[in-house]
Design a protein around this ligand. Structure first.
Ligand SMILES: NC(=O)c1ccc[n+]([C@@H]2O[C@H](COP(=O)([O-])OP(=O)(O)OC[C@H]3O[C@@H](n4cnc5c(N)ncnc54)[C@H](OP(=O)(O)O)[C@@H]3O)[C@@H](O)[C@H]2O)c1
Length: 485
């Protein structure tokens, strides 16, 4: 059966549908698979009820193409008001009964992706949340497949990561007990760099036991970047990790990054990721329908680009610079200039010189003019964000993705066309250009009409930047000369 046929008239339950991956997944399922209904778990937040949040999400531009192709797509969406971390997801009995009687496919994508979340919250959302969704899925009468979205970095203390379940230093049960005793204990992380990857590893460990004998798989994508082509090239949701770095460099705000330029990064476009995720569900359903016992174990699919199309941070950033020279943002505050080094001491010194001292001058001038001073605060936050991803920028991993490659090989030509996720001959230069233009449009809200002004401003920033360097060298030279004399 083709992928679209597998989903035809089926009912899908998606958690995390208001997030980056969840939105694209929902859109693609509605556009390319003739599903009967998609039930999306949405929580009320900041006083906005779940129903309103779901309606607002479906009005966003990411659904414009779908709206054009199928104006009534909203009728296929059922909003389930709930929180993954609450018992029985905190959903009404009526919704619970409906899910049990109707759902065929579960995509569990909801999580906290904040790297440095406190351990108690990360445990509640990423571990207890997963247990809660699994418990509900176990009751579903017509469940054909369950895919848990993990991360390629869940076992990041290892440099080589295979598509297997690895042992974890503590079980979920023991961790929860520890947290009950000592609320925010961090000593449990061992070699994991943060609570996010640690709790994702523990959630995978729960899936490995598959106590409820579910038709289940684990999907491990690496760093998810903007859309390559669907529903629109360059689409992105918000300023997460990679986008944050590229945007801050282009604005001339980020001038020193702890990074090894010769290390491989591993980026996958969001639309490819959603296609791979849907294909993993298709494979999961087929595996379990096949009936043989050996296929009835949870399987892991690593979704990475590095095997077929490796790219180094240095090459990726060169492409960012090349595109920046063609289309700099009008909002840039300084000419593009950034120092990269794996030496943390050096980077901290450069941060003082290139971030904090100029920021202090700008703040001082703001205070004198009776305005709010915000640059030092901004740099404190920015450096904190970059520090939280430093482990990713200075290391590289060898990911085995044999299961995903086998899955790709199994897809028919027709399915490949609709659910493309392969990386043969992937053009990183063109993808990086798409990302830079996407940031310009979606994050900075600048369209191409401002290009003449942006280029003219950029020329001025270029001269100002070089003049400043000349001035600093001159002053240092003069000081040295005076000292020697
Ligand atoms: N982004 C990446 O680069 C990346 C890479 C590898 C793996 N992943 C995995 O992909 C999945 C999705 O990530 P993402 O980038 O889409 O993250 P995201 O944009 O932060 O979305 C997270 C989603 O989870 C929902 N959620 C969080 N806590 C919830 C709760 N208590 N109850 C109900 N819903 C809750 C959020 O809902 P609200 O809107 O209500 O907050 C949101 O819809 C995650 O499992 C993540 O580990 C992401």
């Amino acid at each position: 059966m083709s992928i679209a046929d597998t989903f035809r008239n089926g009912t899908v339950f998606v958690t995390g549908s208001t997030g980056f991956l969840g939105k694209i997944l929902t859109e693609k399922l509605l556009r390319s698979c003739d599903v009967k209904c998609i039930a999306i778990l949405v929580r009320g937040k900041y006083g906005v009820p779940a129903s309103q949040r779901a309606a607002d999400t479906l009005k966003q531009s990411i659904f414009d193409r779908l709206r054009f192709e199928n104006p009534n797509f909203v009728t296929k969406i059922k909003t389930i008001d709930g929180h993954i971390d609450k018992q029985s997801l905190g959903i009404s009995t009526e919704d619970c009964d409906w899910l049990i009687k109707n759902v065929n496919f579960v995509f569990h994508s909801a999580a906290t992706v904040k790297f440095n979340e406190t351990i108690d919250i990360a445990t509640k959302l990423n571990i207890q949340g997963t247990e809660n969704v699994l418990e509900l899925a176990a009751k579903m009468n017509y469940l054909k497949g369950f895919v848990y979205v993990s991360t390629a970095y869940s076992n990041c203390p290892r440099s080589e990561i295979k598509e297997v379940f690895y042992d974890v230093p503590i079980s979920a049960k023991e961790l929860k007990k520890l947290i009950e005793i000592d609320g925010k204990t961090r000593n449990v992380l061992e070699d994991w760099p943060n609570t996010y990857t640690f709790t994702k590893a523990l959630a995978e460990n729960i899936i490995s036991t598959n106590e409820n004998q579910l038709p289940i798989s684990v999907f491990r994508p690496s760093i998810i970047g903007c859309a390559q082509s669907e529903p629109e090239p360059g689409w992105m949701n918000s300023m997460q990790g990679l986008v944050y770095i590229v945007n801050s460099i282009m604005l001339g705000l980020l001038r020193a990054i702890p990074m090894s330029m010769d290390k491989k990064t591993d980026i996958v476009p969001i639309d490819y990721t959603a296609n791979a995720l849907i294909s993993v569900m298709w494979d999961t359903v087929n595996r379990y329908q096949d009936g043989s016992e050996k296929n009835k174990k949870p399987k892991i699919y690593s979704y990475v680009s590095g095997f077929d199309s490796p790219v180094h941070w240095g090459t990726f950033l060169n492409y960012v610079y090349e595109t920046y020279y063609q289309a700099p943002p009008l909002q840039s505050v300084w000419y593009i200039f950034c120092i990269y080094s794996a030496n943390s001491w050096f980077i901290n010194f450069m941060r003082l010189l290139l971030h904090r001292i100029p920021a202090a001058f700008v703040d001082l001038s703001s205070i004198i003019r009776g305005k709010n001073s915000k640059m030092l605060k901004m740099y404190k936050k920015q450096d904190g964000i970059i520090d939280s991803i430093e482990w990713m920028l200075k290391n590289e991993w060898k990911f085995d993705n044999s299961n995903t490659r086998k899955l790709w090989a199994q897809l028919s030509q027709e399915d490949r066309k609709t659910f493309w996720f392969g990386f043969e001959d992937f053009d990183w230069k063109s993808y990086t250009q798409t990302m830079v233009y996407g940031i310009r449009k979606i994050i900075l809200h600048e369209d191409l009409h401002n290009m003449t002004r942006a280029l003219s401003k950029n020329r001025k920033l270029f001269w100002l930047h070089h003049f400043s360097i000349f001035l600093i060298i001159y002053i240092v030279f003069q000081l040295c000369w005076t000292f020697v004399m």
